[in-house]
Design a protein around this ligand. Structure first.
Ligand SMILES: [Zn+2]
Length: 208
């Protein structure tokens, strides 16, 4: 069903006609944009406090950022399932250390209500089968101002202390978010997990 909807609407990234039917994320993209899809995960060289490794499908500045924005803000939530499948494919090709649990960056309750869905939950769903660890709700989030309208410095201060561990944890954890920009959000989550007992925190994101 989604495939035919996509053909009717054209490419989700540039609105050009979608010439050929393909399954998955490719089915929503035109021939040209398909070529911008990343082949797999890239490990970021960025140092983020409290985070051991940071992997993403690619930079936010290109096609991936555009797809995430369409999914979250333009009513194309169905793209999140496709992005989650791409993320899982990438994660399946990576040699992860033993992971104790998978946790998505929690969204606020009111944002969940406003949007009607939790974007990160779609990204997390296919991961247990490839990372061989359960999804566990180990983090909670207090209400806070929206990140998207804040400056870098404000974001860093804004998220510190916003995340709390719901339980004591151990071992290495996989933390999942849709986008990592400044790294402040995942860093604050990493701190909360470490304070709760995690020995390592690895981050997986669509774009970052
Ligand atoms: Zn296109």
């Amino acid at each position: 069903m989604e495939l035919f909807a996509a053909l009717g609407q054209g490419c989700v990234a540039c609105a050009s006609p979608v010439e050929t039917q393909r399954a998955g994320l490719e089915g929503h993209l035109c021939h040209r944009c398909r070529q911008d899809l990343p082949p797999g995960l890239t490990r970021s060289a960025r140092a983020v406090p409290f985070i051991d490794t940071l992997h993403s499908l690619g930079p936010y500045s290109g096609l991936l950022g555009s797809l995430v924005r369409s999914a979250k803000y333009e009513g194309k939530g169905y793209l999140l399932g496709e992005l989650g499948a791409e993320l899982a494919l990438g994660a399946a090709a990576y040699d992860w250390p033993a992971i104790e649990g998978i946790v998505g960056v929690p969204t606020t309750g009111w944002r969940l209500l406003a949007r009607g869905f939790d974007p990160v939950a779609h990204l997390v769903a296919p991961l247990p089968g490839v990372v061989h660890a359960p999804v566990l709700p180990a983090l909670s989030r207090a209400h806070g101002p929206r990140q998207a309208r804040r400056s870098h410095a404000e974001r860093g201060a804004n998220v510190l202390g916003v995340f709390r561990a719901r339980r004591q944890v151990r071992g290495a954890w996989l933390l999942v978010d849709d986008v990592v920009t400044t790294g402040a959000t995942v860093s604050a989550c990493g701190l909360a997990l470490r304070e709760a007992g995690a020995s390592a925190v690895h981050v997986l994101a669509v774009a970052g």
